[in-house]
Design a protein around this ligand. Structure first.
Ligand code: SF4
Length: 350
């Protein structure tokens, strides 16, 4: 029988998991679960009491891509509705024996309680994302002591293990980690992802360089604390050496680092460009298209195979290949392909 690893008291069949925010991977999971067969624990996309209305904004943006060792990708926290996250939990439970953890961010205990009640019979544990909680609280002073009080209440009432995700947005002290242990937090996830918000828009930065740097910074905290720990690596597992510092954590989680399994990117160079401050919208009647003559490699960018060589795409408009109805409006091709643009799609009845 395969060895079981324990994380926050949950038995896992491998020391490998998927963290919460890669929208493309989660969308694929609904139709293509075997792509993630080797994952032992899934952290659902983070939800809050923020309402996600009908939302046409893209969910992922490639700022720079040279290789899977050298990229910067942005994703959009809170782009999943509660209903979508619940559906994912149910799909995962049906299709896999992996553990499923719901992820929440809120600066109000009453909201955390309501979210926990809603997910209680669908998941094995709860994660509280402190980076996003910090942003939602407006970066309040005394955040550590406020959050310890809130977590203490939440953990004492929870029927499931509670895991805390730490972020560079609100770096913890060793004393804070000791408190987490004292109040009964089951495990800590160390994330290298910078999160920021502008108005109502939230951004999460996935960078291989930050991933390497924060593995070193967080490893010291993790090894001096006796709470089980996980690290989110933006470097794919096959590129991590045997003695990589990431392996000093109890388990490793992957997010954008798993995208290489479902998409192939051309080089993207935007290093001189400003960081993303607004997400582009892809309205229902718009579809991405790109110049096939200039950027043939873009056919393989779409994880949903909306640009196929077999002619399933909606069609050719001049030199442009238009995405088929398989397009999920993730936004990936718009950031990866220089010639990409949105075109209006008119159905035969119109
Ligand atoms: S065509 Fe594919 S890559 Fe482009 S937005 Fe649609 S789903 Fe995403």
């Amino acid at each position: 029988m395969a060895k079981a690893y324990y994380f926050a008291g949950l038995p896992l069949r491998a020391r490998r998991g998927l963290s919460s925010d890669d929208v493309v991977l989660y969308k694929l999971l609904e139709s293509n679960a075997e792509k993630l067969d080797d994952i032992a624990i899934f952290f659902l996309p983070t939800v809050s009491d923020i309402r996600v209305e009908e939302d046409w904004r893209a969910r992922i943006w490639v700022h720079q891509f040279n290789s899977w060792n050298d990229y910067m990708i942005m994703t959009r926290p809170f782009s999943f509705s509660l209903e979508e996250a619940e559906r994912l939990a149910q799909t995962l439970k049906l299709r896999s024996d992996a553990k499923v953890v719901a992820s929440f961010a809120s600066s109000r205990l009453s909201s955390l309680r309501a979210l926990a009640e809603r997910f209680a019979d669908k998941v094995d544990g709860f994660e509280i994302d402190l980076g996003l909680t910090y942003l939602l609280s407006g970066g309040r002073r005394g955040f550590e002591s406020y959050v310890i009080d809130m977590l203490e209440e939440f953990v004492s009432e929870s029927a499931r293990p509670v895991i805390v995700k730490l972020s560079p947005a609100a770096p913890p002290t060793q004393e804070f980690l000791r408190h987490l242990k004292t109040i009964g937090v089951g495990a800590v996830i160390f994330s290298p992802h910078v999160v920021y918000s502008l108005g109502n828009e939230f951004f999460r930065v996935h960078s291989t360089y930050l991933s390497k740097v924060y593995a070193l910074i967080w490893a010291k905290l993790a090894t001096t604390s006796d709470v089980p720990s996980a690290y989110i690596s933006d470097i794919p597992e096959h590129l991590l050496g045997d003695f990589a510092v990431e392996r000093s954590f109890d388990i490793i989680l992957y997010d954008t680092a798993l995208l290489h399994r479902v998409a192939s990117f051309p080089q993207v160079k935007r290093l001189g460009d400003e960081f993303l401050v607004r997400w582009s919208s892809i309205h229902e009647r718009m579809r991405p298209a790109f110049n096939l003559r200039e950027e043939q490699q873009c056919v393989d960018v779409c994880p949903f195979r909306a640009f196929t060589r077999e002619g399933e795409a909606t069609g050719i408009m001049g030199d442009f290949l238009v995405a088929s109805e398989k397009c999920d409006r993730c936004g990936l091709c718009l950031s990866c392909c220089k010639s990409a643009r949105l075109v209006a799609v008119i159905t035969p009845e119109e």
